[in-house]
Design a protein around this ligand. Structure first.
Ligand code: 13P
Ligand code: SF4
Length: 346
């Protein structure tokens, strides 16, 4: 049997990966063992070397595969956290392992950096549900309204909006706006959750919304929660505000993916049901290995387009379709609404 030397960098990398990934379940069970970690160790080492050579950072949304988050990612988190990291990045290159609207936001916030996206097909049903032209039409219909866009939107939509929000600050920002009437785009279900939350806070606003939904979160049901509570006594349910209001009402906690993680870390329950994308459960398996997650999460096909291979390509030899470019004037207009978010919710 071949005995690996402890100072073999490949073996050291494989051990490092195993230490992070061993508790991660996938649909086929536990995928990560020392052999599978050895298979990816050369590529993770090479990506990490390229990062140093190119003064690059890799931002990883919590929904991407854990071998990306823990193998090569520099920062991991939700949309707000990653936007803040993109804004302050001193890097020459930013690789955004997430979806295209997130990489676009990073480019708007760090216009001098080369921003690359591993797979140009990493879309988002919310971002793709409405155009800048649609927002202009809504503004003409409701000229007295403040236009609030969820960060899951294109640069064109951001350029037409007064303020951007993420799932971590949406309620506070919308409550604090002077305008009584709000046009909220593009998430219809989040708009319903805003109406309910503002009513609970005693804040009077009229929320007009467009009709987008997230294909992942719209599928969760209150029946799923009821069934899970019956099967797992003591279960705690955490949901994302892109879920339906019926689901939100039945959950023990509603918040951004970052807030959902904090909720699990700060509560003590025998079981958890995470009503969001499965990547978050992967992160929790790594960071909270003693807690029990009962499944029921769903996959975002767009987030799952990120791989170590296309991240390597984006760093070593970026293809034209991996480069994010935004017209200067559009970028300046879109930056205004994101900067306003940072002013209102630092
Ligand atoms: P978070 O900002 O809460 O991570 O949400 C992003 C997202 O796309 C949820 O589907
Ligand atoms: Fe968009 Fe939904 Fe995927 Fe998030 S999970 S990126 S909202 S499609």
């Amino acid at each position: 049997m071949l005995i690996k030397q402890p100072d073999d960098p490949l073996e050291t990398e494989a051990q490092r990966l195993l230490y992070s990934l061993m508790y991660v379940d996938c649909s086929a069970g536990r995928k990560w063992n020392i052999e599978t970690c050895r298979e990816i160790a050369p590529l993770t080492l090479e990506i990490n070397r390229l990062k140093r050579e190119k003064n690059a950072v890799i931002l990883t949304h919590s929904y991407v595969e854990p071998e990306i988050i823990y193998g090569v990612g520099d920062f991991r988190g939700d949309s707000y956290y990653l936007s803040a990291r993109a804004r302050e990045a001193k890097a020459d290159v930013i690789v955004f392992a997430g979806v295209v609207f997130m990489a676009e936001t990073a480019k708007i916030l760090s216009p001098d950096a080369q921003v690359v996206v591993p797979d140009r097909g990493s879309a988002c049903t919310l971002a793709d549900s409405i155009t800048g032209e649609d927002v202009r039409r809504l503004k003409a219909l409701y000229p007295d309204a403040a236009v609030v866009c969820y960060i899951n939107s294109t640069a064109q939509v951001k350029a037409e909006s007064d303020v951007c929000v993420t799932s971590s600050n949406v309620y506070d920002i919308v409550s604090g706006l002077a305008e009584k009437r709000i046009v909220f785009v593009p998430d219809r279900l989040m708009a319903e959750n805003i109406r309910k939350e503002l009513a609970a806070r005693g804040v009077e606003k009229e929320i007009i919304s467009s009709d987008g939904t997230c294909i992942v979160h719209e599928e969760f049901t209150p029946e799923q929660i009821a069934q899970a509570r019956e099967n797992f006594p003591g279960l705690k349910v955490a949901a994302h505000p892109e879920c339906t209001p019926e689901v939100a009402e039945q959950a023990d906690f509603l918040g951004s993916t970052g807030a959902m993680m904090k909720y699990v870390k700060s509560t003590d329950a025998p079981y958890y049901l995470m009503l969001t994308e499965c990547g978050l459960v992967g992160r929790l398996a790594v960071e909270e290995p003693d807690k029990n997650f009962i499944g029921g999460c769903r996959l975002c096909p767009y987030m799952k387009l990120n791989s170590l291979q296309n991240i390597h390509r984006a760093l070593s030899d970026p293809q034209p379709d991996q480069l994010i470019t935004i017209d200067d004037d559009l970028s300046r207009r879109a930056a205004r609404c994101i900067d306003r978010m940072f002013e209102l919710a630092p």
